[in-house]
Design a protein around this ligand. Sequence first.
Ligand SMILES: C[S@@+](CC[C@H](N)C(=O)[O-])C[C@H]1O[C@@H](n2cnc3c(N)ncnc32)[C@H](O)[C@@H]1O
Length: 234
Amino acid sequence: MFFEDHPEFHETSGIKSDRMADDSPSPRLGNRYRGIVLENISLFKDATVLDIGCHNGRWSMAALHAGAKYVTGIEGRKEAVENARRIFAGQKWVKGNYSFLFGEAFELLNNFAWPFDLVLCLGFMYHTPHHVKLFEHFHRLGKTVILDTKTVKYNKPVTSYMTESVTSPGCALPTFGKTAVVGVPSRNVIYYLAEHFKFDCTEVNWRSVGITDWTNCLDYYGGSRRTYVLRSKA
Ligand SMILES: C[S@@+](CC[C@H](N)C(=O)[O-])C[C@H]1O[C@@H](n2cnc3c(N)ncnc32)[C@H](O)[C@@H]1O
């Protein structure tokens, strides 16, 4: 599958769970590909895509491979953007159908005025406390959104705030010294904001996407990480 054919995304990943203790690739990226791309493959066809917190461009390239027309990746870590640009430059088939912008996500999002067919917000929501603002941008910019996030277990729309260290390349950007305050939403936060901003909301059933090896993926198995498809009703 896609990530087996593109080991460069494992090699340049700054995210611990993408690797095993011996540094070999973990099944995580390949498993996530099943629930994020394969389960939603029709959303990618001919789509213009915005990839928020795109890291080394893994999902941007997966989106093009799945049939997207053009991908815009935004990322606040310089090294990650440089990796994305270098990896894309090495692939002739992606020429001219992507751009990567370096900067803080909300600052960049404020500058977009046109809608995208598909917004990918994967592994980003729990690195910010600004969930309402994020959904405002979804409403303004996305006909459809794939939202993949950690969640906390509460039966109410509750966000759990915490302080995150920002020293690892997969984390939040610093907002206070070497830390940032971030918020992890409950699943009811997602449904509440989806309803408010007029999205239909469905959830990927991770246990039925064909995963056989759950190594480094127990968060998806147990439901502390979830993936939603938001379709604009506007
Ligand atoms: C956990 S990684 C997720 C990478 C990828 N989207 C995925 O799901 O595999 C989060 C990424 O978002 C970036 N990021 C976090 N906070 C950001 C912000 N405020 N603005 C821009 N990028 C940010 C990080 O640098 C990191 O590359």
